[in-house]
Design a protein around this ligand. Structure first.
Ligand code: COA
Length: 313
């Protein structure tokens, strides 16, 4: 039964058509860190299917090779560039290679990230630092080194000769607090802050738009399996809006929206794509109990004003 459901779900995903026109990114060039797998791969594929040439960056050669061959098999111009976002020299080399290969860079997607579940008291300073280094420092390094190319990259229909754009993949962990992810929560808070600061400075000076996407739990990703997303969702069905895991496609469509002319006036925002899951909170009362309680309180307050001692009436 489960297998039948899985394969139905998979087929549906494979068949999902993009609602965007196929040429909205024609002539554009994108660099996607963490583009070899998961959400980063799906963003690379959808940018490519809509006309962009794509340089995927990642640490593992075999993952990059598989990604590039899958992208090329869909008619996408793609290259794989091995490197670590934590290393400035890697960032410089990779962006230079992408520029040499394709002649321009219009779009930078920072999708490389690291995470694992760990109670705060068991996390070493190096574990904390490692995730900050990948997510926050890595995002800053990539943005910084991409600037000289993005300044020349073109984006809008109205401003064909102006700057390119950046999309930072973030999360919703830090909007409240998330169990056992003190490191990733701090790292993504910094990423959102970087998004806003660069949107301000580079928006004003170079017409570069900088936005983020905050995915909820997304099916079939390293994040979902490492963080136990399925189990958590099952336990909290009662309190979860839309009650389902997202698909990588959902995040890639948000990236297309932000990268296309449809998003030409969007700058400095982080778009939450999670079906409203971050709003989840325990349901304290059933719907039935609420209407009974609420009516009863109204009735009582009409008879006796609330908060005024009976002796004063
Ligand atoms: N629990 C506690 N600490 C952990 C840990 C875990 N599950 N995994 C790693 N660490 C700690 C290590 O112990 C080490 O700290 P120490 O030197 O004090 O012992 C530190 O983190 C660095 O670990 P290391 O494995 O050397 O780092 P790395 O650079 O090779 O890998 C990770 C980085 C740990 C984030 C790794 O999981 C990774 O590469 N992730 C990328 C993919 C990913 O996480 N995707 C999900 C995104 S939501």
């Amino acid at each position: 039964m489960k297998r039948a459901w899985d394969s139905y779900h998979r087929m549906r995903w494979l068949e999902m058509e993009s609602p965007f026109k196929g040429d909205i990114l024609r002539g554009k060039v994108a660099v996607v860190s963490g583009g070899g797998s998961g959400i980063g791969y799906e963003i690379s594929a959808q940018l490519g299917k809509h006309g962009a040439s794509v340089a995927v960056m990642g640490r593992r050669r075999h993952v990059l090779d598989a990604a590039v061959s899958a992208l090329r098999s869909q008619g996408i111009q793609a290259i794989g560039l091995q490197g670590d976002v934590r290393k400035q020299d890697d960032a410089v080399r990779i962006l230079e290679c992408a520029f040499k290969k394709f002649g321009r860079i219009d779009i930078l997607v920072n999708a490389a990230a690291g995470n694992f579940l760990v109670p705060a008291e068991n996390l070493s300073p190096n574990g904390f630092r490692t995730v900050i280094d990948i997510d926050s420092v890595g995002t800053f390094i990539m943005c910084r080194e991409a600037l000289k190319y993005l300044k020349k990259g073109g984006q809008g229909r109205d401003n064909p000769s102006t700057g390119g754009l950046i999309i930072n993949i973030s999360a919703t962990l830090h909007y409240t607090a998330t169990w056992y992810q003190i490191h990733a929560s701090a790292a993504k808070a910094a990423v959102d802050s970087i998004t806003r600061s660069l949107a301000l400075e580079w928006g004003a000076d170079y017409n570069i738009r900088v936005n983020g996407i905050a995915p909820g739990p997304i099916d079939d990703t390293a994040g979902a399996s490492k963080l136990g997303a399925g189990e958590i969702m099952t336990k909290s069905r009662e309190n979860v809006p839309l009650f389902k895991l997202g698909e990588k496609w959902d995040i890639a469509m948000a990236a297309l929206y932000l990268a296309s002319d449809a998003g030409k006036f969007i700058n400095g925002t982080t778009l939450v794509v999670d079906g409203g899951i971050w709003l989840s909170s325990p349901r304290q009362l059933s719907k039935e109990a609420v209407s009974q309680l609420s009516r009863a309180v109204e009735q009582r307050s009409k008879q006796t004003p609330i908060g005024i001692p009976k002796s004063k009436l």
